[in-house]
Design a protein around this ligand. Structure first.
Ligand code: GLU
Length: 425
């Protein structure tokens, strides 16, 4: 049955546009700028034939969307997921554009994806698929053009293979074409935990603006970002009372021992079944009675269907797009401080930028330098968005767009491409 448009969940792209349009309206952007800013520069769709271990050939679909390169080369991760679509990649590339501006790093936005289930691939198949993707998109990427990085279900091992493949194709070593690589291969200290550590710095700033009675935390998602966030919070004496992964969640009112949980997850591949914890579902985790809720999994987890049941005082969006536009509005109306993804999770791409800088100059920083530089950038980004929200009397989500769009318009005008209300020809 085809539902009427208003009854359907918005797609990721529609959702991204709704939030952007709100800011564009407040800024009074003209139709020319709207056209420029909401159309991707390049959409690449590729078929990747991969020789499987049983000698059959399977063809995978891959995408790369380069949204906008006015501020500099495009940048953004590569996602491996069985349900990823071009619509989603387009939204993610659009978000990267604004995120990079908010982080104050000289990039446009991009995102890539391969439709695959990494859990069903052997390591050798995964390597051939990763190399095949690079062969397919290599003409469009490079340290001065487009710089991919890890995202959902991709990691530093995959970045190492991809960097190696690109280097072979062009005939010399090129570290700066991918970020999120292992430290031994041009990666940066502190990149693995960067998204979480950046989120932690932002949370600390948010807690200065909104005092909470308690600091009980629930985290949805226990991949790289969620597990690193849990570890950092635990080290800093916060009480993590609930976590979950794709198989389900666990809950313990007086706090989970995250160090033991990390060892357990490494052994069993899941957080479910961890000792002395109550089993809960992913849906229950979101609605749990906690002070700080951190969605760190996939998009569209909090929608108008469950937003009214959220009990946290602060929601820190560590995933990309975990709340729909409507859900954000409901939470803001309830007085919940929602820290938007483009700000909260920008620590990852910020340290990617540090990695690219180190690759370009061929000199590597120590971990302390990376952390200090990251902290400076995250605190500044939070305060920029917070002040914008006060200036325009809007929530942080709209303020993030307003701040980023204003700066993008200025960049476009400085390049001489377009000036509001002025026709040069
Ligand atoms: N995938 C991460 C993100 O969504 C990092 C992107 C990057 O480092 O380029 O922000």
């Amino acid at each position: 049955m085809i539902l009427p448009a208003h009854d359907m969940e918005p797609t990721s792209w529609e959702n991204a546009l709704r939030q952007f349009n709100e800011a564009a309206k407040i800024l009074g952007l003209d139709s020319n700028l709207l056209e420029i800013l909401t159309n991707p520069k390049l959409i690449i769709q590729v078929s990747i034939p991969v020789r499987m271990d049983d000698c059959s050939v399977k063809v995978f679909q891959g995408f790369r969307v380069q949204f906008n390169d006015f501020p500099g080369p495009t940048k953004g991760g590569i996602r491996f997921h069985p349900e990823v679509t071009l619509d989603e990649v387009k939204a993610l590339a659009f978000w990267m554009t604004w995120k990079n501006i908010i982080a104050d790093i000289p990039y446009g936005g991009a995102k890539g994806a391969v439709v695959c289930d990494t859990k069903t691939l052997s390591e050798t198949e995964l390597e051939r698929l990763s190399r095949g993707y690079v062969q397919a998109i290599r003409k469009f990427i490079g340290p001065r053009d487009d710089i991919p990085a890890p995202d959902v279900y991709t990691n530093e091992t995959i970045m190492a293979w991809m960097m190696d493949e690109y280097s072979k194709l062009v005939g010399h070593n090129v570290y700066g074409v991918f970020t999120g690589k292992p430290v031994e291969l041009g990666g940066s200290e502190g990149r693995i935990e960067a998204t979480a550590r950046g989120g932690f710095f932002v949370l600390r700033e948010a807690l200065k603006k909104k005092r909470l009675k308690g600091q009980r935390i629930a985290i949805q998602g226990f991949g790289n970002v969620g597990s690193e966030m849990a570890r950092i919070l635990f080290e800093n004496s916060f009480k993590v009372i609930a976590v979950s992964d794709s198989k389900g969640g666990i809950y313990k009112e007086d706090g989970i021992d995250i160090n033991n949980l990390l060892a357990f997850k490494k052994e069993t591949n899941s957080v479910t079944g961890f000792k002395r914890c109550k089993a809960i579902t992913n849906e229950e985790l979101l609605e749990i009675n906690c002070d700080i809720l951190i969605p760190a999994a996939l998009q569209n987890q909090i929608t108008d269907a469950n937003a009214k049941n959220i009990k946290a005082g602060i929601v820190l969006e560590l995933a990309n797009g975990p709340l729909t536009a409507e859900a954000r509005r409901i939470l803001y109306d309830k007085g919940i401080l929602v820290v938007p993804d483009m700000l909260a999770n920008s620590g990852g791409v910020t340290v990617s930028y540090f990695e690219w800088v180190q690759n370009n100059i061929g000199y590597f920083w120590d971990r302390a330098t990376v952390e200090t530089e990251l902290e400076k950038k995250m605190v500044k980004a939070f305060n920029n968005i917070y002040e914008t929200s006060k200036d325009f009397n809007v929530n942080l989500g709209t303020a993030a767009y307003i701040f980023a769009v204003q700066k993008m318009v200025r960049i476009i005008e400085l390049r001489g491409f377009y000036k509001h209300g002025v026709c040069k020809y």
